[in-house]
Design a binder for this molecule. Structure first.
Ligand code: SF4
Length: 193
């Protein structure tokens, strides 16, 4: 699977301390995408799921967040990845996608259906800059929906969500990384504008 990076114990992309995974490659090209650097397919990001994630303490995180890039552009690999986490006891799996759930279901792809059956919460739909209200700390624009595919997680997420966005900054190698849903003020400062 093409994985750009994964970082454990992130507190700004869902409840608790989470293992966050960014996949490489996105065919959707939304204007204002904060992950534009991850859109181009980079074959050097190809990894074996077991080999790559075997290095992480999956059993110690509260949940997993999968973002990108577009996770559903690699449907077979995504369903394998979700199965990998579920087999290790992770139930709180949050996935961001630029597709709506209706578009995904219309594809009639067994891997997509399997992936959806293992996801607890799906944030669906493309990021639309004009619809970014700068508020919700779990999603970028108001057209995106927070879909509880497993209803048992709704109380946990409702309690965690609020209208002030927070970012977690860290240094990975020689790169400064900011994780979360950024507001304009943060982006300007981060980009030194
Ligand atoms: S779907 Fe997500 S990653 Fe892809 S271009 Fe849109 S915002 Fe960026």
């Amino acid at each position: 699977m093409r994985i750009e990076r994964a970082v454990n114990y992130i507190g700004t992309l869902g409840p608790g301390k989470r293992l966050c995974v960014w996949v490489n490659g996105c065919s959707r090209r939304c204007t204002g995408c904060v992950s534009a650097r991850l859109q181009e397919i980079d074959p050097t990001t190809e990894v074996g799921i077991e080999e790559f994630f075997g290095r992480f303490s999956v059993d110690k995180c509260d949940g997993v967040t999968i973002s990108g890039g577009e996770p559903f552009d690699q449907p077979a690999e995504l369903s394998r990845l979700i199965r990998y986490f579920r087999e290790r006891g992770v139930r709180d799996i949050l996935v961001y996608t630029g597709y709506t759930i209706e578009e995904l279901r219309q594809k009639r792809d067994a891997s997509i259906d399997e992936a959806l059956s293992g996801i607890a919460v799906l944030i669906d739909g493309p990021y639309v800059r004009e619809l970014d209200d700068q508020k919700n700390n779990l999603k970028g624009s108001s057209n995106q929906r927070i879909l509880f595919l497993q209803q048992e997680f709704s109380d946990l997420y409702e309690a965690w969500m609020h209208d002030e966005r927070e970012m977690q900054e860290m240094v990975l190698g020689n790169t400064l990384l900011a994780v979360g849903i950024p507001d304009e003020k943060f982006l300007k400062k981060f980009r030194n504008e």
